[in-house]
Design a protein around this ligand. Sequence first.
Ligand code: SF4
Ligand code: SF4
Length: 327
Amino acid sequence: MSGELYFCDELNETLTCYHDKITSCCSNPNGPIYFDKYDGSKVDFEILRQKKLEFFSLFDEENIKNSPCYGCFSLRKRKPEDVINSKFKQIHVSHWTHCNCGCIYCARMDDSHGKITYRKAKSEYYDMLPVVKQLYKKDLLDRENLIVCIQGGDISVLSEFEKLVKEFFKQGLLKFHFLSNNIIYQPIIKKLLDANKGTFCTSLDCASRDIYYKLKRVDKFDECVKNLRKYAKGHSHPPITVKYIVIENVNDNIIEMKKFLDLVVYMGIKNVEFMLDNKYVFCDHSKVSIPKHYGNLYFFFKEYCEISGLKFVIWDKVESLINEYLL
Ligand code: SF4
Ligand code: SF4
């Protein structure tokens, strides 16, 4: 290794299991891939450790241009205290494409072909349970500090959801982080939130049934509000974040945004996230322009959160895009 050295905490700590591949990060679709076209076949998961070292070996001045991480916003200068871990501290479980709604902005649309799955179903790609067992067996997961992020659609649509939760519990973890569309209430999630073993995040994106329907193509707004109130019950500061993804010509206006933030206060939730449509996040910004008025929406959202006593949350990548292109 020579010259400047680089580091990425995601590469060091995270493993992401998508329906068709096992990769490092979930925030960069071009990032390092451990197993491409993964279909559940038996593989030696020990290889993950070796591959991770290989990816890190490209993190110097001479080799960085050959790394899949080249140009990524998460890449930073390596500090003397940075150590490459042999175990992962975070795992993203996102290996299925079934969903019980059909958001017009869904990033999985190409894989799910826009179908809406109302009943519990197996992943059409592979089962996660055997993978999890193997990862623990090979000592690749940090049992004491592990954050397990289960995400995608409504997690209750996945038939192995509860089995997975129980397996992680049996083997050891620090906390769950659930990302779900929140259409079906899950008692097991409520239990984990109440026991301080989990956090919950959902995208509601609006404050009315008609706009919800336009965005999600199902009439489930009332259920979502009811479920959020149930999850929040008994908490002065519930471990819940509700997102507002700004979608052009649907909810990209201050009236809906204000109604949404008022609704969040009414539901007893304290954390709200401002998010852009993925088409403005993962794109070539020299060719695609983010609508200019999104800058005003961002300011309004942030200020109204302050007035309403809500915690404003934003992904640093989104904030840097707003700073660079809108302000
Ligand atoms: S530098 Fe970027 S692409 Fe590489 S592992 Fe980190 S987040 Fe992923
Ligand atoms: S809830 Fe998520 S997975 Fe389901 S359609 Fe919406 S964006 Fe896609």
